[in-house]
Design a protein around this ligand. Sequence first.
Ligand code: AMP
Ligand code: ZN
Length: 490
Amino acid sequence: MELYKTNQLKIYNSLSKSKEVFKPVLEGNVGMYVCGPTVYSNVHLGNVRTFMSFDLIFRYLKHLGYKVRYVRNITDAGHLTDDDAEDKISTKARLEKIEPMEVVQKYTVDFHTILQKLNFLPPSIEPTATGHIIEQIEIIKDILDKGMAYEINGSVYFDVLKYNETENYGILSGRNVEDTIENTRVLDGQSEKKNPQDFALWKKADESHIMRWPSPWSDGFPGWHLECSAMSTKYLGKTFDIHGGGMDLKFPHHECEIAQSKVNNHVNPVNYWMHANMLILNGQKMSKSTGNYILPNEIFTGENSILSKPFSPSATRFFMFQANYRSILDFTSTGLEASEKGYIKLMEAIQKLNKIETSSSSSIDIKVWKQKCYDAMNDDFNSPVLIAQLFEAVKFVNLLIENKETLVAEDLEEFKLTINEFVFDVLGLQDEEQEGSSDKISGVVEMLINMRKEARDNKDWALSDKIRDELAALGIQLKDGKDGTTFSVN
Ligand code: AMP
Ligand code: ZN
């Protein structure tokens, strides 16, 4: 067995507040659920950081050989700022005078476009809250039957104090049930809830509320916390391995998810709760509501006064991984510049790998270095330590090129493969210059194909054959079909 596999992966579990050896429910398989975006506005770079942390985790678990079912939802209904407010998507639809589903469509497309630019792997399932209203109603019925919720005026609320008599509301966030009152906004005398801690499972929609569904209690809509309980259980089972999200979702969102699922299924829903830390701008959490944020597209175009220049998606990705996902990360233009330089150095070293000549003996023990890379990632996905090891590799590459260090063929192959796997598969970086130049080559070949067509139309067979043969000599084969000419590169 390879050395790295004997080193176990450890994950920091927010529930036990310690690093634990990762043991999935089903050997070799991982179920992971991450709370997705509320699609009422463009994702900002802070949101992207959280999703990118889980993209890294998804990639590494896959790299280790696990079969991962990764579920990341789209919140397209029911995200209330508090239980007496309107949902964010309805508010936006009213403001923009469009249908709520137009709001949802617009910002879901934006979310996907940004993630694609940043080379995210798509999740295995991306379910929506509105697509799971029936499942949510079923859970509410069950919680009502078990006496842990009550109905008032067509709305249904979870009875937190009653739940807390036998269970621990606060198990994840570490708050006791009295503390949670202070964090719940109460409109004096206006709330219909029995206790301020109670949270909505179903809200009756008033006349003006556009997003509504029929239910046994009223025409209304589900509470925000419920969708994640419904969708995670449906696709991953009553108890699954990893549940992730940003730190700010720990309370009340995830605390409420635990309470709902415990009543519904009598078991703890999640074995490893993982929370990504915040991206900071100007000393404060990046946030849409305070206006303290930067959009990913502004990074790519450089159109924001905070930035000295535009930065590419891979430079942005590399910047995000300079801090461990559990540490806060301060966003600055100088930080991005430093990451860009590091990224370029790394790509240059990868280019040089093909120029290294093999020797009859190795002066470097590649396995020791490789093990350090795995140790970094096995220690709760410690990307900055992995990056430090990749820069050690950059140094080796330069010494190998100068023949100051040597590697036998087998070690060189292992070295190349390990760098490529960590840089491209695990960190998800792309060699943008190489990809850019292959786009240019495609453009040139297309141009020659058009010139050859013109030559053929003019019956200039000599020129047409010359273009085909000379491209073939370069390893580019032209193939004429009924839809035109295509090419392949050998
Ligand atoms: P939302 O669409 O508001 O539910 O947020 C989507 C995700 O982004 C959640 O997991 C949040 O915790 C996360 N998030 C929001 N602001 C930040 C930030 N400044 N840094 C990192 N993650 C954030
Ligand atoms: Zn959620």
